[in-house]
Design a protein around this ligand. Structure first.
Ligand code: UDP
Length: 488
């Protein structure tokens, strides 16, 4: 009997924004598709590629999934460009001008190892849609921020017109003005204040350009065949409904880090024992041994993600606050996160002593494992979206100290919508840090732990067969197999 020729694998080309947070969630998404038998080409900038090869276990994906391919393209920036969050607009513009045309040429010339079924790009890169249109390849956008931010971005034109957005020039901002309620973001009227909105003023020279870019999201994102979000219906249902009025094909399939782990654990034993990582910094795993020696839920994990930078003065306030709280803490201080040189020299002796007794500091931690460790009872976080979801999934209450953009919104949702922590926004004073750490870890511990456990259970349930994220992912797979047409 003649064997039927095998149908080619559906093949997705991923194009994430070149920063740790977006790379992490897109990487998990890519692995989810690999587990479903899709081919994946993960396109990163050369700079990210170098760092992935050095610090991640990208080899795991290559070995586990022969249909996973990593490809590096230049971002067109000089080698010594810092490529950090403060220079985001330069990175973004260079991707548009230099990287996207290279990707387009590859798509047009059919130079990939397999014909391309779909492009899966970060939704901020509206320019990817033009390439999809020119090449006739369907495109799905992924937004690696939370729905609360995406929805607020959709409302930006209205917020700007109504004068509710804090001004770009901060010289005359009055603290009381910042506490005025915001009415222009439907679904959040009962708790959103001006101070919870993204503050473009903090972006300096690029404030205006960044605002213009994000204001276009409401027009750009709905152009794609679908929108993939790292969240789950039970957490963000009301905002997802609002987003779906503009983007009907919205797939909430998170928390991605746990979704992929669940799916992987159903595969062979060897694979389930491994774990993939897309770290851009080398992990210091010694902190896991330190955590093993601590009492259950006694440790405050402290990390401000991959982009935030702060002054030595703020570092000191945080440090004193933590040490004076008397709580055990594990703190990630990224080597590049403190402004100025030699900050490690001149640390007051009492801080060093307090840290020796109750703390542990690393340059980069295996965060998912840390948050899931039984000794961790709270997370002092900058409220990046990945960190927020990782904490919710693990059932760990948060003390939020947002740095910029979406984090201002995430932290308000943590404290007022989900009630799973406290928002320390805009204050960094040692006595406030001390008091709030104690509130989270001691005074209101029971209340927050109970709520965190409730949310964690919802997050776990949405991933089991028939759960919301699991079902949404199956629908997404079907829609992609049908060439981007909507199946429901
Ligand atoms: N992360 C990590 N180790 C660290 C600090 C952060 O693995 O020491 C990971 C964390 O688990 C998360 C990502 O880096 O997945 C940070 O993303 P997030 O969206 O929270 O913040 P961003 O870095 O984009 O500001």
């Amino acid at each position: 009997m003649d064997e039927k020729p095998k149908a080619p694998l559906p093949h997705l080309v991923f194009f994430p924004l070149p920063f740790q947070g977006p790379v992490n969630s897109m990487f998990k998404l890519a692995e989810l598709f690999c587990l479903e038998g899709f081919g994946v080409t993960f396109v990163v900038t050369e700079c990210i590629h170098r760092r992935l090869v050095t610090s991640s276990n990208i080899q795991f994906l290559r070995h586990s999934y022969p249909s996973f391919h990593l490809m590096a393209l230049t971002d067109g920036l000089p080698n010594d460009h810092p490529r950090n969050g403060d220079r985001f607009i330069e990175v973004f513009n260079s991707l548009k001008i230099n990287t996207m045309p290279l990707l387009k040429d590859l798509l047009i010339s059919g130079s990939f190892w397999q014909p391309v079924t779909c492009i899966v790009a970060d939704g901020l890169m509206g320019f990817a849609f033009d390439v999809a249109k020119e090449t006739g390849i369907p495109i799905f956008y992924v937004r690696t921020i939370g729905p609360c931010t995406l929805w607020t971005f959709f409302c930006l034109p209205h917020l700007l017109d109504s004068g509710e957005l804090p001004p770009l020039d901060t010289t005359n901002i009055n603290a009381d003005d910042m506490d005025r309620p915001v009415r222009g973001v439907p679904g959040t009227e009962s708790f959103l204040r001006r101070r919870d909105l993204p503050r473009f003023s903090t972006l300096g020279d690029t404030a205006y350009e960044s605002l213009q870019l994000l204001m276009k999201e409401g027009e750009e994102v709905p152009k794609a065949h679908g929108l993939i979000l790292n969240t789950f219906e039970e957490l963000d249902g009301p905002l997802l409904s609002l987003l779906r009025a503009t983007c009907p094909n919205t797939y909430a399939i998170g928390p991605l880090h746990a979704h992929v782990k669940n799916k992987r654990s159903k595969q062979t034993v060897t694979e389930s024992k491994c774990s993939s990582s897309s770290n851009l910094w080398p992990e210091d795993r010694s902190c896991l041994g330190w955590l093993d020696q601590q009492a259950s839920k006694s440790v405050m994990y402290v990390s401000f993600g991959s982009i935030a930078i702060f002054s030595r003065e703020k570092l000191m306030e945080l440090w004193y606050g933590l040490v004076n709280s008397g709580v055990q803490f594990l703190w990630v201080i990224r080597p590049d996160s403190i402004i100025g040189e030699n900050w490690e020299k001149h640390i007051p002796a009492e801080l060093l002593e307090g840290t020796k007794q109750r703390g542990f500091i690393v340059g980069w931690a295996p965060q998912e494992e840390v948050i899931g460790h039984p000794a961790v009872g709270g997370f002092l976080t900058h409220s990046g979206w990945n960190s927020t979801l990782e904490s919710i999934y693990a059932g760990v209450p948060m003390l939020c100290w947002p740095y910029f953009l979406d984090q201002q919104l995430n932290s308000r949702f943590v404290s007022e919508a989900w009630k799973v922590g406290l928002d320390m926004k805009d204050t960094c004073d040692r006595s406030i840090v001390e008091e709030m750490v104690r509130d989270l870890m001691d005074v209101r511990k029971e209340e927050f732990s109970r709520r965190a456990e409730e949310l964690s259970e919802l997050a776990r349930n949405c991933l089991i067969e028939g759960g919301s994220s699991s079902s949404n992912f199956q629908r997404l797979i079907m829609d992609i197999r049908q060439g981007g047409s909507h199946s429901s």
